[in-house]
Ligand binder design. Structure first.
Ligand code: C2O
Length: 347
């Protein structure tokens, strides 16, 4: 059977996934009785998600993004129980990833949306509502979240717009050695030469998108159904570039968890997290268009019917299914077209 959504009333303590140690944080969401089965609203105009490095030169849209983030952060103070506030949004990640939610009917089994085939659909829905909330806060139904284009040499630094200390996009809890102009290391190799690092990054991308993917599950992650132990296994993208960027941004001064980006429970506190996951999500959409032999759809009903709960931009608690997020254009967003030079990096 498919994974069932958590019961918010039963939300409990969060713990570190690696050590099992209890975390000093309450990341449970506000409780509501009414749950609505979410229907994708009709798409009138697509939100086009831009690469973050380009937004630096697009003053108008950058200002909108910053204003939306400012308002989302302000909600934390105005009404800490508003599920659209930035802390509440960050807590979603903690609750779904650090064992605060148990599987309904399986008291001893945590819900864990990583390390399995739920990775892509969960994060796609998470970003979807995050984007809609930001758009709602500035009254712009076309607002689109930028993506961190780390798979292209032009985007292989932490995007400048996140490194401005006066911006609501800034987060002090990051590895200071990896602020711009440091080049990201998608293989976590510690290569010091920048040119070599870029080449290696492209090779990493080719490998996790093409060369190491011999089955749908290889890319999507291992099956995870109701009653299963969490974390059956990651797909190539989750294990590769995705984790690398988390580890690269997380702050080693924060021992042992490397908050913010270095741990599940705190990753969502860094605005860059959502921009990073924009590109992770983009990789899923690009992979689906690749002319490789591997089938791109998982047709298992336990995948398609897996469901989650989120608060939408109107503070309504909604139930969503993986099946409804497979075609992102039906969700009303698209990614700006950018070159994918790694497609030519066959080792
Ligand atoms: Cu939910 Cu990048 O992790």
């Amino acid at each position: 059977a498919p994974l069932q959504p958590p019961e918010f009333k039963a939300c409990g303590e969060a713990h570190d996934v690696g050590t099992g140690d209890r975390l000093d944080v309450n990341c449970c969401p506000p409780v509501t009785d009414k749950i609505i089965d979410y229907k994708l609203p009709p798409v009138t105009k697509l939100r086009v998600r831009p690469p973050a490095h380009k937004l630096a030169k697009d003053k108008e849209n950058l200002a909108k993004y910053e204003e939306a983030m400012r308002r989302m952060r302000a909600l934390d103070k105005d009404d800490p129980t508003d599920p659209r506030g930035f802390t509440q949004q960050a807590n979603i990640h903690c609750a779904y990833c650090n064992g605060a939610h148990d599987q309904v009917g399986f008291k001893d089994l945590d819900i864990q949306v990583h390390n399995s085939w739920l990775f892509f659909p969960f994060h796609r829905w998470y970003l979807y509502f995050y984007e809609r909330i930001l758009g709602k806060l500035i009254d712009d139904p076309t607002f689109a979240l930028p993506f961190w284009n780390w798979d292209n040499p032009k985007g292989m630094q932490m995007p400048q717009i996140f490194d401005n200390e006066r911006s609501p996009l800034y987060d002090a809890n990051r590895n200071q050695s990896n602020r711009p102009p440091a080049i990201i290391d998608l293989g976590l190799t510690n290569i010091s030469d920048d040119v070599q690092k870029v080449v290696n990054n492209l090779t990493v991308m080719y490998s996790e998108m093409v060369r190491s993917v011999n089955s749908t599950i290889d890319f999507m992650g291992q099956p995870y159904r109701a009653g299963d132990q969490p974390s059956p296994g990651m797909g190539t993208s989750e294990r590769g570039s995705h984790i690398a960027a988390h580890a690269w941004v997380g702050d080693p001064r924060n021992d042992p968890y490397h908050e913010d980006m270095g741990n599940f429970y705190s990753a969502g506190r860094d605005p860059l997290f959502y921009c990073h996951h924009g590109n992770v999500d983009r990789m899923w959409s690009i992979w689906r268009t690749l002319k490789t032999d591997v089938p791109k759809n998982l047709n298992d009903p336990d995948f398609l019917n897996a469901s989650f709960l989120f608060y939408d931009e109107n503070k309504q608690l909604v139930r969503v299914k993986a099946a409804d997020c497979i075609d992102h254009t039906k969700m009303g967003f698209e990614y700006e077209k950018v070159d994918t030079p790694w497609l030519n990096y066959k080792p």
